[in-house]
Design a protein around this ligand. Structure first.
Ligand SMILES: Cc1cc2nc3c(=O)[nH]c(=O)nc-3n(C[C@H](O)[C@H](O)[C@H](O)COP(=O)(O)OP(=O)(O)OC[C@H]3O[C@@H](n4cnc5c(N)ncnc54)[C@H](O)[C@@H]3O)c2cc1C
Length: 393
């Protein structure tokens, strides 16, 4: 893999930068957009040399869409698929309701690259294709960009998502659950594509859950979380798991029976620390701003991780511009996201066990609109979003 850099940039990695953002996902790129637009010198270091697929249900909530539009992305031009209805499925029972907002299905492959390019257009420097690591943290922070060089900064935005830098590990209070996540794109037949038009589907089963929705170009995203023991019992392979899943879920069987997988291998992830909210120690550095999954990880069951990534990126950048240190930002972001993450965890746990699944389906069947309430309760409070957006130019 070769290091790539922007044509408009100097040939050599700068030796200093006012702010370095490590990680060019949604959190890092959104922060870089805000800082660069304000005329600050921002350098993004991103591990991947080009656009990549990411494990994600790719459901964009209304907050996610709001931030992306406000930052300057044209989501229509990117070709996402609008969804206004939710279908909750468990065994043979199906409950349907309208969402409290219009969602959008759009691949991370397309979205993350668009935002990263936009950050460059706003004036951020981007270097990519190598992993950044920390070689020294004192007052200043030295970062090594593998074979390319070293850069010194006084301010670090840590946006490495699920990957921790060794010196700055997240330490969740409780160990992550023994769950494995998978994502695969499918080409399905016309009848199933039509059935999925305008809908996001959440399918509960005994050993986990799956999300199904259309993204751009008519592709279907299947993203699921399953217990590792169950994966083992299915032979430890994706093929074995999918076969068993289609056997026990008639709904998925119908959707995917003639489907053609569009990736050579599914993307997978293990032991995501759902429920994590960064709790800064008393001696925490005041110049390291954690954003995105580095500051909080919401259960993907309710799908608002991208909203948190963008909210934290924008908030941290604005706080920095206002002269507030990382301690003050971490205090604010905890207030904004901790309850939402806790409620999403509660809802997810209620969906895990068969008796509570039955209860949930019965309740949702009687009052489908209560699903709207559940969706609303697991979003970032609108007051926090409004306040963060007000500061954006
Ligand atoms: C199974 C699953 C389903 C999900 N479904 C949804 C959903 O439907 N909707 C939703 O809103 N959220 C969803 N999420 C959550 C969402 O994907 C994340 O919350 C979001 O991607 C976090 O964004 P981020 O920018 O913090 O991290 P990332 O998107 O992971 O970006 C981190 C970036 O940092 C780079 N990086 C890492 N280490 C280094 C390094 N050392 N040096 C340089 N670069 C580095 C990576 O290459 C990457 O580009 C889901 C999550 C999971 C696990």
């Amino acid at each position: 893999m070769t290091a790539m850099h922007n044509n408009f940039l100097p040939k050599y990695l700068p030796t200093t930068a006012e702010v370095v953002v490590v990680g060019g996902g949604l959190a890092g790129a959104s922060a870089a957009c805000v800082l660069a637009k304000a005329g600050r010198e921002v350098l993004i270091l991103e591990r991947e040399a080009s656009a990549t697929h990411k494990i994600c249900g790719e459901f964009l909530s209304t907050e996610t869409q709001g931030y992306l539009r406000r930052l300057g992305l044209d989501l229509e031009a990117l070709g996402g698929h609008t969804t206004s209805r939710l279908r909750l499925v468990c065994q043979k029972k199906v409950v349907e309701t309208t969402l409290p907002f219009n969602g959008l299905g759009l691949s991370r492959y397309r979205l993350d690259e668009a935002l990263l390019n936009h950050a460059r257009q706003c004036g951020a420097l981007l270097w990519r294709g190598q992993r950044a690591s920390i070689t020294n943290i004192t007052d200043a922070i030295d970062l090594n960009f593998h074979s390319i060089g070293t850069v010194r900064t006084n301010t670090l935005f840590l946006a490495t998502g699920k990957h921790d830098l060794r010196e700055l590990r997240r330490n969740p209070d409780s160990p992550p659950e023994d769950l494995v996540g998978f994502k695969m794109y499918f080409d399905v037949d016309n009848a199933q594509r039509q059935a999925l038009a305008n809908h996001v589907e959440l399918v509960l089963f005994a050993h986990g859950y799956a999300g199904l929705q259309r993204v751009e170009d008519g592709r279907i995203n299947l993203c699921l979380l399953a217990e590792r023991n169950w994966l083992k019992a299915c032979g430890g392979t994706w093929a074995g798991l999918l076969e068993e899943l289609l056997r026990i879920c008639p709904h998925l069987q119908r959707r995917l029976s003639n489907a053609i997988p569009l990736l050579a291998q599914p993307l997978s992830i293990y032991r995501v620390p759902y429920g994590f909210v960064y709790n800064p120690p008393t001696d925490d550095a005041d110049n390291i701003y954690r954003i995105g999954d580095q500051v909080g990880v919401i259960s993907s069951f309710t799908g608002d991780g991208m909203g948190i990534a963008l909210h934290s990126g924008v908030l941290a950048a604005n706080q920095y511009l206002a002269g507030l240190d990382a301690g003050s930002y971490h205090h604010q972001i905890r207030q904004d996201i901790a309850s939402q993450i806790w409620r999403a965890g509660l809802l997810y746990r209620a969906s895990r066990w068969l008796p509570s699944q039955r209860l949930l389906m019965g309740w949702a069947g009687l009052m489908p609109r209560s699903l709207r309430l559940a969706a609303s309760l697991t979003r970032i409070p609108s007051s926090a979003v409004t306040q963060a957006m007000r500061l954006m130019s």
